[in-house]
Design a protein around this ligand. Structure first.
Ligand SMILES: [Zn+2]
Length: 113
């Protein structure tokens, strides 16, 4: 649970339209006519909204951080650091190889946080 104030200030970036490659139009078959791109409506770009990352948000109550992605894995030794080392010193525990291999096999779909 996050107890800090979290900024949700959205930012916008212009991304080149992947449908018309930034041309804004699709060229007709005879080459002399251009048709407005239906995805960007002729702009050549689409706007993507996102929330910029500022800093980690502190989680109250956590005392240690383990190098695995969930609380179910019991395989082998797991690297861990104190929450203070993690939050204030930027230490990240070495991530369990077995778990990382499993997630890779699942196409990185295991990250549902
Ligand atoms: Zn387009």
């Amino acid at each position: 649970m996050a107890t800090e104030e979290i900024t949700n200030q959205e930012a916008t970036v212009k991304s080149r339209c992947s449908s018309c490659w930034g041309q804004g139009i699709r060229q007709g078959s005879d080459g002399t006519q251009g048709f407005i791109c239906r995805y960007c409506r002729g702009l050549g770009y689409v706007e993507i909204k996102y929330i910029p990352f500022e800093r980690l948000i502190r989680v109250e109550g956590v005392q240690e951080v383990l190098g695995r992605f969930d609380s179910f894995s019991t395989v082998g030794e797991v690297d861990k650091v104190t929450y203070t080392e993690y939050f204030e010193q930027g230490k990240i525990p070495r991530i369990s190889e077995e778990k990382r291999g499993l997630n890779k096999a699942m196409g990185e779909a295991g990250d549902d946080q």
